[in-house]
Design a protein around this ligand. Sequence first.
Ligand code: PXG
Ligand code: PLP
Length: 440
Amino acid sequence: MNAPVTTNNLDAFWMPFTANRQFKKNPRMFVGADRMHYTTSDGRQVLDGTAGLWCVNAGHNRPRIVEAIQKQAAELDYAPAFQMGHHKAFELASKLVQLTPPGLDHVMYTNSGSESVETALKTAIAYHRVKGDGSRFRLIGRERGYHGVNFGGISVGGIVPNRKMFGTLLTGVDHMRHTHDLARNAFTREVPEHGVELADDLERIVALHDASTIAAVIVEPVAGSTGVLLPPKGYLQKLRSICDKHGILLIFDEVITGFGRLGTPFAPDYFGVVPDIMITAKGLTNGVIPMGAVFVTNEIHDAFMNGPEHMIEFFHGYTYSGNPMACATALATLETYREEGLLTRGAELSSYWEDALHSLKGLPHVIDVRNIGLIGAIELEPIAGEPTKRAFAAFLDAYEKGLLIRTTGDIIALSPPLIIEKQEIDFIVDKLRDVLTSLN
Ligand code: PXG
Ligand code: PLP
């Protein structure tokens, strides 16, 4: 007989990217959230040091968003995504392309970062083919890259445990080296000095496979999930110029960096390098309703607008692409960002944030502190033979002390909602100091 389904029965739900057995012995449950804080099931307040999973950029329970969802549900709950439209999908697209860098003026909707990645990779390969260049099929990613969990994304990605269980993956993929170099760049503030030459890996890969076989290069402008790896000075510029030289599309995966996380609306506004395809999700809807968006240049879009007009131009899309509930949520999110200046608020706070984080230098086990915009990372020396254990202990202790952080490997990652105030930055750093001081 099946066990009764109650909230006390934790067995049925196989949780994602979670130590299930550890969690179920001692569950950590949230029952509410408002602005910067969660309420736990035992009635405590926990400061959200990670904006959920890098997505709740405007903080929790924002009135415009709540109201928009309630209204939309009663007005138009669903509209078919294929061969039919609804106004908010077009309104949102028009508003989004005003925010994105000039030239990235067309957008396709998805439901997650992972789907945005698949959409971008497929678009890149198909673009070359519609231009009559079907021999360009290879995709180049980077070691330690995270591009979601679907087959295309893990193929171009470079996080070993996310890949090694899943067979042959996509063929025709190659990887550049990652840019993390503690020997030369430890305790750098914002962009590190050393490592621009790592972009030359792309030239080597081109020399090996020949440019005529390569469709696209995909990178996170700042690698998030793997533990916050920053691009060295000049690195992204160099990737851009190598791509231009060889007719290769450059894809930025901005699932984390998009929507204000770097103190600018998107990474091109920070680095001055514009990709051909830009992948987003997370902050697009403040994490509240699942949605992603993939931006492409006019040139890419226009290349598909050929053939008989009654024909579908691109055989791709999802049941929920541009779902009315998601579009209403995204519109309310953009309005909240605009009213409160949140897409550039990170820039105002970043030097305070930087100084606060770097004050942790010198504490036990801390081998690096790095930051950019409202992202921070503290890298810990792993316990010999037991990687991840030290950081996980820090995560559990911080949670008990009222602070939610993320850990990946032995790196603590921080990415608070962009509405954070200075005293809340102080709270984060004070708690971390307590945690790190008492860590084994
Ligand atoms: N690309 C990038 C660059 C991401 O960071 C995805 C794609 C996939 O998005 P979805 O919506 O399919 O999860 C991501 C997601 C963490 C963490 O703590 C990071 C992500 C997701 C969950 C946790 O680092 N990144
Ligand atoms: N599997 C089946 C059997 C389907 O019919 C569909 C969509 O119609 C899908 C998967 C894809 O679902 P989605 O469009 O939500 O990605």
